[in-house]
Every structure is written in structure tokens, then in C-alpha cells.
Ligand binder design. Structure first.
Ligand code: NAD
Length: 418
């Protein structure tokens, strides 16, 4: 664990783990083992700019736990990336992979760079140098990268190429979220959103309700939020509000999502869409709807905003949208929260399918991927829901308990070497 003052995401991650460890009644030694990343690599990433100046960035790869299999987790390019944030996200990946029962541990990588300020060739050089620096610790059986904030399938293609060229042959399973011609999986782009809709349906059914006709508000209209809106509408739910960083929209009768997608493609924002009333992001969070899906940034539901929530269900499309204080407030007010490590796990599930296809050198059909994703999400939801009922826990605590228990059992069954 870090000796310097820890940042908020890492404090939150440690506090969630401490809660699960308390419920599981683990001893201090096991707690410390679960709290401590197995391996952290800090690298300097020098870049020759297009104008020949040299700039230096800091890069990280953290493998939080590898007891159940290779590390798995995204690569983030963002100016605010630091080692604590990467640690927190790596720990989250450990529990997430365990909750949906993937044979993976948790990892995460990051480079402290604002990608919007650099040219494509510059980003390629940064990606290739970072990959080279962390080469000894990654690989299809060691640690598998995927896109995250500020990176995309092109970044993964550069990682794949750099790794493959240095090994002398093509190794597609070193990354997931790669372009389809390089072995990317069908269904990966929409997988997180599909998972969000699957668990929303399961949560409604558990409460004796149904998805058809349910009203949904979604904060964030990016990769997760926009696809979720489309899938919710296709499945018969009523998407009454959406937002992005510029503002939001409300139409109680339901938005025409396909029309909205075309508007966003033309203008770059949901703002200005004619068939709805403009609202701001805090109003969206307080709408009286069946389901609220925060799918933008972390910490939006905090001690202030949680009091205003009037949704019956909060389904966490984003990572960490609800603070610990907000969790308590929402529980007191009877709002059911489907936690991030379950709700947005569809992306890593289809990443796992992509890795499995690369290892088999055999492509699955879109239907196979869709039905296997649905099975995984519904079975993970059932595990979490049964544990919550049996042990009188919130869905978040139940998901954490399942994830942490699976990792601890793997660790203990393997035994300590030497
Ligand atoms: P994205 O960058 O594609 O979209 C983010 C959206 O949020 C954009 O519409 C942006 O305008 C909006 N936004 C940004 N700041 C906002 C603010 N302050 N208020 C309201 N809206 C704001 O990102 P994404 O891939 O959709 O990821 C969204 C969240 O989901 C993140 O927390 C991410 O970690 C999490 N997540 C993503 C995936 C995935 O497969 N993409 C998987 C698991 C978790």
C-alpha cells in the first residue's frame, strides 16, 4: 500500500474491501494480502514530439491480483492519471472479474497524458514506448490490456503490433477491444451497455416488475450511455431523459433514441435536440423514474445529490458513480443500487470471449456471443441477489463479498509459496 497520502479512488477501494473483509471475518494477514497489489510497474515514457521537442510522461501498470488467472484491465490515457487511481481501478477489476466468474485477476494501466493535445503519430509513439517499457510483465497468459478512457481499438492495435513484432510472431490475445479485422470480437462495442440492460431487467423482475414500459434516465451519452439508451428503447423501456457533459434532455413520453443518435452524430452533443425539454445534469439525477443509469463519471451521486434521487433503481453503468455516503443515503431511502462491478461487467465478459476466441483461433458468431453474455450476466445477478437475500446485504456488499471470497479462496487453495 502507498506510504504517501492516498487519493480518493484508492481510499474508496480500500474502504469497500475493508467492508467485505469485515463481513467475511477474514484475519489481518489475508486482508493485507487482498489490499496489496501483487506487482506495480512505474515507467518513464519519453516522446519525441512532431516538432522534435522531447516530453516525458509517467506510465503505470498495476496487477492487483493474479490468483485466479492473468491480470485483465484497461489502459487509460488521461492527464490526471496517477498510481493511486490505477491501483484503485486494478482492484475494482479483480472483484469485477471474480463476480462474473472469469478466469482472470485484476489489472490496470495508465499514462498521464491528455490525448486530445497530441497528434495521432505522437499517440502511436507514446503507446509503443509504453508497451515496450512494460513488455516483461504483460502477455496473453500474464496480463491482457483493453481500451479505457482516452484509448481505443487503434491503441490496442499498436500494442498488439509492438508486442508481436518484439516476439517475432502475431499474438492477438495480448489485448482485447482490438479492431475486428485483427481478431476483435463481434458484440464488444455494445457489450457493457447490453450487460447494463440485462441486470436492469433482472433487478426489475426481482422486484416483481418488468422492463417493458419502465422509465429510464441515463447520465452520459458516450460508449456506455448511448448504446444503453438504444438497447433500452429496443427492449420496450421508455428512455425519458439523457445527458452529456454539455447538458441534458427530458421528454416524459420517451425520446426517439435513433433520431437522437443522428442529432448527436451531427452536432457532437445531445443539447439542442428538438423533441425534448432541456434540463441540467443535477435535474436528471433527481427525476422521478423507475431506473437511473449514471454512465458518465465517478462520484456524481454524493451526500448532496443522493437525497434528491427519486428513482427506484440506480444501475451503475459508470465506475464508482456513487460515494460511500450516498450509498448509505440511497439504502435508507429504499433505492436499490446495482453496483458497478456487476452492472458494467458486460464489457470485460465479452473481452474474455475475445481472448478465448484468440486462444482458440476460432471466431464465434454474434448470436453465440450475445447468448453467452446474457447467461453470464443473469447468472452473476442471481448469485449476487441470492447472497444479498441470504446474508441480508445490499447488492453492492453482496457483489463485493462474492468477488473477494472467490479471490481469497483461490489464493488459499493454491497455498503460499514457498
Ligand atoms: P465516454 O467517454 O464514451 O462517454 C462519457 C459520456 O459522459 C459522454 O457523453 C460525456 O459527455 C459524458 N460526461 C462527461 N462528463 C460528464 C459530466 N460531468 N456530467 C454528465 N455527463 C458527462 O465513456 P464511456 O466508455 O461511456 O464510460 C462511461 C463510464 O462507464 C466510465 O465510468 C467508464 O469507466 C465506465 N465503463 C465503461 C466501459 C466501456 O466498455 N466503455 C466498461 C465499464 C465501465
Amino acid at each position: 500500500m502507498s506510504a504517501s497520502p492516498a487519493s480518493q479512488p484508492w481510499v474508496n477501494a480500500l474502504s469497500q474491501l475493508a467492508g467485505a473483509v469485515k463481513i467475511l471475518d477474514y484475519d489481518d494477514g489475508l486482508h493485507e494480502m487482498l489490499a496489496t497489489p501483487r506487482r506495480e510497474v512505474n515507467v518513464a515514457v519519453p516522446l519525441r514530439r512532431d516538432d522534435d521537442r522531447i516530453e516525458l510522461f509517467h506510465g503505470y501498470r498495476v496487477q492487483h491480483n493474479v490468483s485466479r488467472g492473468p491480470g485483465k484491465g484497461g489502459l487509460r490515457f488521461h492527464q490526471a492519471v496517477d498510481v493511486d487511481e490505477v491501483r484503485a481501478l486494478a482492484m475494482l477489476m479483480t472483484w469485477k472479474c471474480a463476480v462474473v466468474d472469469l478466469p482472470y485477476g485484476g489489472a490496470k494501466g495508465g499514462v498521464g497524458i491528455d490525448p486530445s493535445r497530441y497528434s495521432l503519430p505522437e499517440l502511436e509513439r507514446v503507446t509503443r514506448r509504453y508497451t515496450t517499457e512494460i513488455m516483461p510483465v504483460i502477455g496473453p497468459e500474464r496480463d491482457i490490456m483493453a481500451p479505457d478512457m482516452g484509448t481505443d481499438e487503434q491503441t490496442m492495435a499498436w500494442v498488439l503490433d509492438t508486442y508481436s513484432v518484439s516476439h517475432g510472431y502475431t499474438i492477438p490475445a495480448v489485448v482485447t477491444g482490438k479492431p475486428i479485422p485483427l481478431g476483435g470480437s463481434l458484440g464488444r462495442t455494445t457489450a457493457t451497455s447490453r450487460g447494463v440492460v440485462h441486470v436492469t431487467r433482472a433487478a426489475l423482475v426481482r422486484a416483481g416488475d418488468r422492463l417493458e414500459g419502465a422509465s429510464v434516465a441515463i447520465q452520459g451519452f458516450g460508449k456506455v450511455g448511448a448504446h444503453a439508451a438504444q438497447i433500452f428503447a429496443t427492449e420496450g423501456a421508455r428512455v425519458v431523459a439523457v445527458s452529456d457533459q454539455f447538458g441534458g434532455l427530458h421528454n416524459p413520453a420517451g425520446l426517439d433514441v435513433d433520431h437522437l443518435m443522428r442529432h448527436v452524430a451531427q452536432t457532437g452533443s445531445v443539447v439542442g435536440f428538438p423533441e425534448a425539454d432541456p434540463i441540467d445534469n443535477s435535474t436528471l439525477l433527481a427525476l422521478e423514474v423507475d431506473v437511473l443509469v449514471p454512465a458518465a463519471v465517478d462520484g456524481v451521486l454524493d451526500a448532496d445529490t443522493a437525497h434528491a434521487v427519486r428513482a427506484r433503481f440506480v444501475v451503475e453503468g459508470a465506475n464508482g458513480p456513487t460515494t460511500g455516503e450516498a450509498d448509505v443515503i440511497l439504502a435508507e431511502r429504499g433505492v436499490v443500487v446495482v453496483p458497478d462491478i456487476l452492472a458494467n461487467a458486460g464489457g470485460v465478459v465479452v473481452s474474455y470471449f475475445e481472448w478465448a476466441q484468440a486462444n482458440q483461433a476460432y471466431r464465434w458468431t454474434g448470436d453465440e456471443i450475445e447468448s453467452r453474455l446474457a447467461d453470464r450476466m443473469h447468472s452473476a445477478f442471481a448469485d449476487v441477489s441470492e447472497t444479498a437475500a441470504r446474508e441480508s446485504l445490499s447488492l453492492r456488499d453482496a457483489a463485493l463479498v462474492i468477488g473477494v471470497r472467490r479471490v481469497a479462496e483461490a489464493h488459499q487453495t493454491r497455498g503460499l509459496y514457498p
